[in-house]
Design a protein around this ligand. Structure first.
Ligand code: COA
Length: 194
């Protein structure tokens, strides 16, 4: 993918592998911590864990890892996707409901607060959808907060359907407790035409 230059000066770049990620790992971790410590997730994530997540995604086959950058290396947003088969935790929940070998999981999406409301979240989702190999994958899936207050409307507006399937996800919260929060799966059929 050729980097996308946005009119607001942000640039969207695709990382192909661990080597490309080196200049952005620390800034990715900062953005990840920042975004997921706010609503609706309130998660406490160490920088080393966030870098570990990025590395793990980049090691998965057929990953799509996009970063939105300000200047040369400041990460202000990200959109990551991998085949469902690379995520046994997700595959287990959806086995029998979707064709796992042909389903692609939009695993992570985040935009830092000051950059929200300018179409970046939607663009990071559209770009990932456009980069999925339609010969192999027939469905895109994702998990969002079951409260439906947050990104739900964005995904509904993008043609996703509510699967009515929920999952409790445990996480360490900013107050130090470990609790679960309820997530909801959404899906979208991928047409072979794009
Ligand atoms: C969800 C998130 C990525 C959206 O990023 P963004 O850059 O603000 O999204 P966009 O500007 O592309 O907005 C897309 C649409 O969704 C709507 N939308 C986005 N976030 C919304 C929210 N929190 N509440 C209500 N509507 C919202 C926008 O109004 C917009 O609608 P429009 O195109 O009809 O005007 C961002 O709010 C975020 O990082 N949130 C915290 C992490 C998170 O929830 N990630 C998603 C997990 S599945």
């Amino acid at each position: 993918m050729i980097p996308v230059e946005r009119p607001d000066g942000l640039r969207i770049l695709r990382l192909q592998g661990l080597e490309d990620a080196a200049p952005y790992r620390a800034s990715f971790a900062g953005a990840y911590q920042d975004i997921f410590s706010g609503p609706p997730y309130h998660e406490r994530i160490h920088a080393s864990e966030a870098m570990g997540f990025l590395d793990a995604f980049l090691r998965m086959p057929d990953h799509i890892c996009l970063l939105a950058l300000r200047g040369s290396r400041r990460v202000v947003g990200f959109g990551i996707g991998v085949p469902v088969s690379a995520r046994p935790d997700i595959a287990r929940e959806l086995q029998g409901l979707v064709p796992v070998p042909h389903a692609f999981y939009l695993a992570e999406l985040g935009v830092q607060e000051p950059w929200r409301g300018r179409g970046l979240g939607r663009q990071l989702t559209d770009l990932r959808l456009s980069l999925i190999d339609r010969q192999r994958f027939t469905q895109a899936l994702l998990r969002t907060s079951a409260s439906r207050k947050y990104s739900y409307a964005m995904y509904m507006g993008m043609g996703f359907d509510d699967m009515g399937v929920y999952m409790e996800v445990p996480a360490r919260r900013i107050d130090g407790t470990v609790t679960t929060d309820r997530r909801l799966f959404l899906s979208r059929i991928l047409s072979s035409g794009g």
